[in-house]
Design a binder for this molecule. Sequence first.
Ligand code: PLP
Length: 390
Amino acid sequence: MERNFSQRADAIAPSVTLAIDAKAKEMKAAGVDVVGFGTGQPDFDTPDFVKDAAKQALDEGFTKYTAAAGIPELRQAIADKFKRENGLDYKPSQIVVSCGGKHSVFNIMMVLCEEGDEVIVPVPYWLSYPEIVKIAAATPVVINTGDETDFKVTPDQLRAAITPKTRLFILNSPSNPTGVVYSPEEIKALGDICIEKGVLIMSDEIYEHLLYDGAVHKSVASFGPEYKEHTIIVHGLAKAWSMTGWRLGFIAAPEAIAKRVSALQSHSTSNPTSFAQKGGVAALTQPMDHLEGWMKAFTERRAYAYDRLSSMPGMSCYCSRGAFYLFPNISGTGLKSSDFCARLLEEENVAAVPGLAFGADDYIRISYATSMEQIEKGLDRMEQFCKRLV
Ligand code: PLP
């Protein structure tokens, strides 16, 4: 047979973060004392009040199909969240709940992009963005940023990257993998250019609640009606409620986009899991009291890890202000990220994600969503490793 797979399938690179996580788990299962810095999820459990709501839903037999775009109660709770926290008025018909934020991104690309379209993706990027753009047959166009500019895209860079083919600009603040948080002024300046040029913005705000050092989150949609008309917000329950396995993400978008996303989803996954959605309602309607303890722990770990990484031979570190990642520059060690991470795992049993996976080969991603004890142990080992290199 001449052709085995579609071009679409052959163009996709598997998720490196999931692969590293799997490798670290495999080593652990084989009895190796591995320290994992690869994880993209909080090490805390889903809050009980969320679990209880899902358990109750199961007990009450809430186990059947729901509306493809999500139950009205959850879409209303999401609309209320945007009003309460972001000052944004969305009708439930502008909200679509999907099986994770990743699924939301997938749906958006499939609905908005086609062959010949360009999607602007700042580097370092969350690794699924360019792959999903390619699945949608569009072309990712990268804008390079580095720690010397705090990993931020400047208005001039954005302007220069836009062509008549540009369909979407992807904005992710707070960011995975860098933890950078754009200021409201910076966000507005990028939004202004998109409005001027008729480019839509996909604003991924999934790390909205995880902020440090007085950083503030402001959605680009909230600067006025025109900004909102140009923006699709992607969000989800994975990070701030530790619900990664529940698979609940959502978008808020202009009605015409939401309608098409909903239609697309109705022919693929249909609804997100019925009883998980009831957990989602609880998450979005109850106070986020759990977050106080989590943020205290994240703040301590971040400060410790930042100090340690900054003083390691061959490394320098940008001090992130969001999410739960640090993205140190390893260029002083003489290694590129894949070699660095492969050797670190092999020689010191420490798993970190190579920056190459995020388009930035001089960096590695360290997730501090693990215990302080593990962080200390892992960074001790990493320090030994760097000392041998430099
Ligand atoms: N967006 C960003 C920037 C992420 O880092 C992630 C998860 O790692 C997601 C979206 C999607 O998360 P999920 O599909 O688990 O909701």
